[in-house]
Design a protein around this ligand. Structure first.
Ligand SMILES: *[C@@H]1O[C@H](CO)[C@@H](O)[C@H](O)[C@H]1NC(C)=O
Ligand SMILES: *[C@@H]1O[C@H](CO)[C@@H](O)[C@H](O)[C@H]1NC(C)=O
Ligand SMILES: *[C@@H]1O[C@H](CO)[C@@H](O)[C@H](O)[C@H]1NC(C)=O
Ligand SMILES: *[C@@H]1O[C@H](CO)[C@@H](O)[C@H](O)[C@H]1NC(C)=O
Ligand SMILES: *[C@@H]1O[C@H](CO)[C@@H](O)[C@H](O)[C@H]1NC(C)=O
Ligand SMILES: *[C@@H]1O[C@H](CO)[C@@H](O)[C@H](O)[C@H]1NC(C)=O
Ligand SMILES: *[C@@H]1O[C@H](CO)[C@@H](O)[C@H](O)[C@H]1NC(C)=O
Ligand SMILES: *[C@@H]1O[C@H](CO)[C@@H](O)[C@H](O)[C@H]1NC(C)=O
Ligand SMILES: *[C@@H]1O[C@H](CO)[C@@H](O)[C@H](O)[C@H]1NC(C)=O
Ligand SMILES: *[C@@H]1O[C@H](CO)[C@@H](O)[C@H](O)[C@H]1NC(C)=O
Ligand SMILES: *[C@@H]1O[C@H](CO)[C@@H](O)[C@H](O)[C@H]1NC(C)=O
Ligand SMILES: *[C@@H]1O[C@H](CO)[C@@H](O)[C@H](O)[C@H]1NC(C)=O
Length: 608
């Protein structure tokens, strides 16, 4: 009332008109906000500068979204009231402007100002600011060091919390255009941090980086190498073997591993486990080639090659080596004397593949692997029979014979004279052997076991006693007469009997009184002329006798030589192509028929 009373009605009216006029004039009042600077930067300040028609601001407030930041009453003291969390970060100005200090990226957003002026409606305005940072380098993230060709993959340009307007990807210093539509397996967008590869190719390998850009700066990552490798496939082993057979200890082999794919590395395994060191194994520097030299039987196993690179691994199908080896030694002809039968055997075992062995005897013709045996009755075996064994393994042949012949002593000169001083000792020896001069090299002694009977100059069988000592085995016999006397002089005979016949060997013992004679054991007392005479005599005589023997043998007579089960172990061999192994029986034996279906073969006595 005091005021009313102090003012004239005219003044009041005028004031009202003025106020009304102001109000009406300011109905159309508008305000606007300009951020200064236009692109605010992290760490700096921004002034949200209000332009308004209003001259008479009563109060104003700023909001961040709906949150009150500051109220400002120009007439108050202090004029501003700042709310958390903005305490210390804001400044208000009487014209409605506000300054935000030390910006950070979280200050980006919508700001609203409400202004109340005297006599006016509340005026509102808003502004959106983006606080830019000066970009720091991003990191280009490659998911794997090595990428297998064909997969889908993406690279990410990692920027942290920075505000980025544009992403640019660079390969080998050239920008990748995200606009390209076809002929490419890459997709990207300049607003996305991802570079996508669809079915990545080897040609996509390279050095990649990304650049990020905003209004005030740009920054580029360090380049990263993208390595795309073709996966390993089609691992195969090839060998240099051309022949059908690989021979243990003789052959060598080279195995080569081949794989498709990038940068293959090779390793080998044997029978499922990794190859253990062996001086026979030679690996090339890159391991892709394995040489085994020489091959052995133990190499009969599966060899596998494994190829791998940084993105894949694959095994070859195993390669099985088939190794062959020869049978043990040479083929063996064997004869066992059983009770009533003779066991014939051809044996060549131990080969791989097994040798085919063929046994031929009389009408028997048997073939088996490794070994063939046949039993024949002793009655059927006659002198002159031959057991033949043939062996064959792949390209290798072997052969041996066993001839059923009467006992022979090829080193013995029949009818030889031994001179000995009275009172000394004399030794007479028969050692059986095989006398085939042509085959001696390939023959190992193979003889039927025999029995020995010594007969003295009065045709009596010598019974060992006193001065007469006899030592015999199946293949040799030795008669020793000790302290000889004149009465011991004369012819001594050794009858040797085996399965198929008998041979008689004669010795002449000459007792000298003087004691000047050749050595006891070496019957070298004959002159060369005497020896030649003896030999010729023997040959002529035996030629006739041999014919007789042959005829007799055809009558299938035989001696029954008791049950001798000692096995004749030796074999006779002959190289392929040499056609005769026959022993020269003519020079060795003579035959004469005896009663009782027995064959007696007697060597001719050599007259002196
Ligand atoms: C109010 O705003 C309009 C358009 O925004 C502008 O043309 C006009 O000049 C402004 N008024 C004043 C008084 O500034
Ligand atoms: C901001 O202002 C514009 C016009 O100035 C208005 O259309 C809009 O609704 C306002 N936004 C807010 C959230 O107040
Ligand atoms: C895109 O593909 C079309 C047909 O598939 C072809 O004509 C055109 O040349 C290709 N563009 C590029 C850039 O390779
Ligand atoms: C990045 O900034 C430099 C100067 O700061 C400018 O020369 C260059 O063109 C910019 N690069 C991009 C991709 O904007
Ligand atoms: C595997 O490799 C062999 C020899 O290199 C080739 O002949 C064959 O075509 C390949 N197979 C595939 C499926 O690539
Ligand atoms: C296979 O390679 C081995 C080792 O190099 C070699 O000894 C052998 O003679 C080769 N075999 C053939 C058939 O080339
Ligand atoms: C191969 O491996 C099997 C089982 O691991 C084993 O029984 C066999 O004796 C091996 N063969 C060779 C030749 O090492
Ligand atoms: C290799 O030998 C193994 C076992 O010894 C066998 O299972 C496999 O079938 C053989 N592979 C070939 C190709 O002969
Ligand atoms: C023995 O038999 C084999 C076949 O089994 C034959 O090839 C061979 O000619 C025969 N030999 C004789 C002498 O009959
Ligand atoms: C011994 O070999 C010679 C020639 O090498 C031959 O003439 C002779 O018939 C052979 N004798 C026997 C018994 O094989
Ligand atoms: C021959 O041997 C028999 C039997 O041992 C004996 O009785 C006889 O005296 C021997 N004759 C001579 C000359 O030694
Ligand atoms: C025995 O030997 C001596 C001397 O060597 C010889 O003179 C003598 O004729 C021989 N006796 C007989 C029967 O051969």
């Amino acid at each position: 009332m005091g005021i009313s009373r102090g003012l004239s009605a005219r003044t009041l009216l005028l004031s009202a008109i003025v106020l009304l006029g102001l109000w009406s004039r300011q109905i159309s009042a508008n305000i606007s906000i300009n951020p200064i600077p236009k692109t605010p930067v992290v760490g700096e300040n921004v002034l949200l500068s209000v332009y308004s028609d209003t001259v008479n601001i009563f109060t104003f407030s700023w909001y961040r979204d709906k949150n009150l930041m500051i109220t400002y009453v120009p007439t108050a003291n202090p004029p501003e009231n700042i709310f958390p969390p903005y305490k210390g970060r804001l400044r208000g100005f009487p014209n409605g402007s506000m300054e935000i200090l030390e910006l950070n990226t979280n200050d980006s957003g919508l700001y609203i100002v409400e202004i109340q002026a005297i006599g006016q409606q509340i005026l509102k305005a808003n502004v959106t600011i983006i606080v830019y940072n000066v970009l720091t380098p991003p990191t280009l993230k490659i998911p794997l060091e090595f990428i297998a060709e064909g997969i889908d993959m993406q690279l990410e340009c990692q920027v942290g919390s920075q505000n980025v307007d544009t992403y640019i990807f660079i390969k080998d210093a050239e920008n990748i255009s995200c606009a390209q539509t076809n002929q490419t397996n890459i997709s990207c967008s300049d607003s996305s941090p991802f570079l996508n590869f669809h079915s990545i190719r080897k040609s996509d390998s390279g050095n990649y980086s990304c650049t990020i850009v905003n209004l005030i700066s740009n920054s580029t990552s360090r380049p990263q190498e993208l390595r795309v490798l073709v996966k390993i496939s089609n691992v195969t082993i090839s060998s240099n073997v051309t022949s059908a057979y690989l021979w243990a200890s003789e052959d060598s082999i080279n195995l080569m591993c081949i794989a498709q794919g990038d940068e293959p590395k090779f390793s080998w395994s044997y029978n499922g486990t990794s190859l253990s060191p062996d001086p026979r194994y030679h690996l090339s520097i890159s391991n892709e080639s394995l040489t085994i030299s020489p091959l052995t039987r133990s190499d009969v196993a599966a060899f596998t090659c494994t190829a791998n690179n940084s993105v894949s691994q694959e095994n070859s199908t195993p390669i099985n080596l088939t190794i062959s080896w020869r049978p043990d030694g040479r083929i063996q002809c064997g004869v066992d004397l059983l009770e009533e039968e003779v066991r014939l055997q051809c044996s060549w075992p131990g080969g791989s593949p097994a040798a085919d062995v063929q046994l031929q005897f009389q009408s028997i013709n048997g073939t088996q692997q490794n070994e063939v045996t046949r039993n024949v009755s002793k009655d059927k075996v006659t002198v002159g029979d031959r057991l033949t064994c043939h062996g064959s393994q792949i390209d290798k042949m072997d052969k041996c014979y066993f001839d059923f012949v009467v006992p022979q002593a090829p080193t013995l000169l029949n009818g030889s004279m031994t001179s000995v001083k009275e009172g000394e000792n004399v030794v007479l020896k028969v050692i059986l052997g095989i006398s085939s001069s042509n085959a001696t090299k390939s023959l190992s002694a193979m003889i039927l076991p025999a029995k020995f009977t010594w007969i003295n100059q009065t045709q009596s069988i010598i019974q060992p006693n006193g001065r007469f000592e006899i030592n015999s085995d199946n293949y040799s016999s030795r008669l020793q007469i000790s302290q000889v006397i004149q009465g011991d002089q004369g012819e001594y005979v050794c009858e040797v009997t085996n399965l198929v016949g008998k041979t008689i060997f004669s010795f002449i013992v000459n007792i000298t009184e003087t004691g000047i004679g050749p050595s006891i054991e070496n019957p070298g007392g004959l002159s060369s002329g005497a020896v030649a005479g003896i030999v010729i005599g023997v040959l002529v005589g035996l030629a006739l006798i041999g014919l007789a023997v042959y005829l007799i043998l055809r009558e299938k007579k035989k001696t029954s030589n008791g049950a001798n089960t000692v096995r004749s172990q030796a074999a006779s061999h002959q190289p392929e192509g040499s056609n005769s192994m026959h022993l020269d029986k003519q020079g060795q034996v003579m035959g004469q028929t005896q009663s009782g279906h027995k064959l007696q073969i007697t060597s001719q006595k050599t007259p002196l």
